[in-house]
Unconditional design. Sequence first.
Lengths: 192, 435
Amino acid sequence: MLTDSIIDVLILCKFLKSIAAVNMNNLNEESYIKAYQNFGDAIFRHCYFRISNKANAEDMTQNVFMKAWEYLEKGNEVKNLRALLYKIAGDLIVDEYRRKKADSLERMIEEGFEPLGSNGSEIQNLAEGKDMLRLMQTLDPKYREAVVMRFIDDLSPKEIAEIIGESENNVSVRINRALNKVRQLINHEEKS
Amino acid sequence: MKKNPDKNSFEAVVQAAKGVRLSSEARERIQDNLVYFTRNHPVRNLALERQTSERSLLIKFKFMPIALAVMLLFGGSGVTFAAQGSLPGDLLYPVKTLSENVRVGLAFSDEAKAQVNAKLASRRLEEAEKLVVEGRLNAETKDQIEASFEAHSAEANKAIVQLEVEGNLAAAADANAELVGSLNAHNELLGKLGVKAEASGSENASASPAQNLSVTVGAKVEAQKALGAELETKVSAESNGEVKNSVQGRLNAAENELVSLRAYLETRKDKVSAEVYASAEADANAAADLLASVSVKIGAGAYGDAFVIILKAEVEMQNTRFVIQSSENFNINLAPSRVEGQTDFRINNGSGATNPPSGSNDADGGSLNFNTGAAIHGGSINGDGKVDVRAGGDSFNSNDSASIHGGSVSGEVNGNAEVQPGINSSVDAKLKLGL
């Protein structure tokens, strides 16, 4: 009898704790929206500098979060939400590249420089990124990815490697090469 | 122009670039869409897939308290997870009930209350369906399910009415439409499973309890439909404020859902019969048509109407998924009967009355007569004047501006053609052929 009661108490305690864990982990809408408030800008920034189009980057940001929700809704546990978001964004960006028919530089620059809105803060916003956008557009997609993730997103090479599924070594090498390229471009511009 | 060779100029560029962020308009718009999305994203029927592997494992434990304690001590949250697929009569069902109560407790807003209770009411029906298939729906389990179903659907209704009272018509109409759509679909499935059980003879005694439960659910569906009609009238009339502001966001979310639905259908193509798949595709197209008609309403400032159409489209999309799942999980075909070999056609708004000869399927508005053997397959008729559809001798007369959307009529069936009315006197004809 006593052992039964002890077990019952144990069950109750562990049980309540486990219910709380299950509920907080996944389908909590409130914490999901909080995650959007925390990471929304970062994801937008990431997409914007890689695909060079503000409107598409906005849509893409929304899609990233929606897909993340779908992933969570299926019951998958996610230890690192930030990494998941970047992973999803990366996939969508690859799709976007494929969708673009002519990958001409002129077209990209054209798309990048859209008329900025009449909203004052918006002009401020994107204008600050003008130089970066121009630089990114001259880089190959893979270098662009490396630069954006390392310097704009502030991800470590290890984190980047995990997100894009390559070795940390490859990532580091690519970052260095990309950085060299970028510095070359900047020096070249400054000389002219 | 020569600048100062600044070693840090890249760093400066980066620093500036970090200031880039979403405009406040975009940030809010996306958040609205996400909130809407999370509340309306259909739940995949994973419980069934999980259940079969885990339940058989659990049946093997004979000594309940010790087994539970061991699992809890070493398994952490595994038990609650394992319990999700359990059914009335199973070992872990009380665990499932408890976890559901916690979820209900966490719902504070009326909207959340409506959502969670609607979901749980549907869950009871999912459990009933599985029990029928296993022949385990008896008087006892049926009573258990029915009691819980009635409690949750009553709570959902209470919350919806409260939303209406508060003036939050959009949320009320939304929640109610989903509730009705879901319960209706489940009830249809339950009915067919019951029939199947009966046909399988004495091994499966679930037919009668299933039927009784179905009556209860049916009554609930009718009651909520009545409320839905009232809510939709109110929403249609409302073209300002919340309804207006939320329309564009909801349209975007619905369009995204359509894309998601089509992708989903692609993946299920091989898992269901050609007939079911074709029907699902037609339903998806019907939803697409509805959504396409929304922008016209928005342009005309009829935000209330637009909102109601979007709701309809969403329910249509939910049902499409449900039809696929029912086919996959239970091998039951919920697709409305369609006549093969008919071509789609469309008749657009016209003026004046023309009387095409019977059997013709082309006209500009006015009166249209379809006699025996004609079919409207996935088409629509929009026009002023009367539309007269005869199905095997019985006729159905609609009023002005009627349209039959995505319906099908076989001229060889005898009996009544029952038509479900939609909004603004347009008739959404999943025509039920009298059997």
